[in-house]
Write a protein that binds this ligand. Structure first.
Ligand code: 5RP
Length: 217
């Protein structure tokens, strides 16, 4: 079974968890794309969707799903998205696709966050995947120096501009013993828009595609 098949398996399983939902927040990435394709099959049962990126909005629109503005709707019933890494506390690293800020916003606006992924992303301790951080362009060097003080090794994601017009740093070797503290400390650096740790607001459910079927955490 390939990694993509496991991603698809988890994404399709998520549809069973959202049958109660009227408004669905939708994440970004290849796993989220499988979810979007599956969501199209039940589009007549939902009122609309709130996308976490321009790419996701385009794919949702292509399937005939109604795109809603987050400012025009109340709390969302559910948010479904992938991740780059997850631990058994359902805390995540996200942002490999660079959509972390809108993902964090939509997750925060949702009553339930279902994370879908293949089994290779479940780890004992977060941090093998570099931490993505969205930064205001003029603050890139300042933020980089502050991250070095925190023990990290930041790399500029060359040529990448986020949907919000900002830049990305990917940071290696940060100490992830206290992920809630680290998430807060990084967000305190002036110029950081947000970072890809979803520790203060972890996923509520992890659906993990694996050779033995979909596991739920
Ligand atoms: C995008 C994300 C994605 O959820 C994460 O990168 C996982 O991507 P994929 O499903 O393609 O493996 O956080 O910003």
């Amino acid at each position: 079974m390939t990694q993509d098949q496991k991603k698809r398996q988890a994404a399709e399983a998520a549809v069973d968890f959202i049958r109660h939902a009227r408004i669905v927040g939708v994440g970004t990435g290849s796993t989220a794309n499988y979810f979007i394709d599956a969501l199209a099959g039940i589009r007549h049962q939902i009122d609309g969707v709130v996308p976490s990126s321009e790419a996701t909005a385009a794919r949702l629109r292509g399937h005939g799903l109604e795109i809603l503005d987050l400012n025009e709707v109340g709390p969302l019933d559910v948010y479904v998205d992938g991740a780059d890494e997850a631990n058994r506390h359902r805390q995540l690293i996200k942002g490999g696709g660079g959509a972390l800020t809108r993902e964090k916003i939509v997750a925060a606006a949702s009553r339930q966050f279902i994370c879908i992924m293949d089994e290779s992303k479940l780890v004992e301790k977060l941090g093998l995947f570099p931490l993505p951080i969205e930064v205001i362009p003029m603050a890139r060097s300042l933020v980089g120096r502050e991250l070095v003080k925190l023990g990290g090794q930041p790399e500029y994601r060359t040529g990448f501009v986020t949907d919000n017009g900002n830049w990305m740093l990917d940071v290696y070797h940060l100490d992830m013993t206290d992920v809630v503290g680290l998430e807060q400390a990084v967000n305190q650096i002036p110029g950081v828009v947000t970072n890809g740790l979803f520790a203060r607001r972890p996923a509520d459910i992890l659906l993990i595609g694996s050779r033995g079927g979909v596991q739920q955490l």
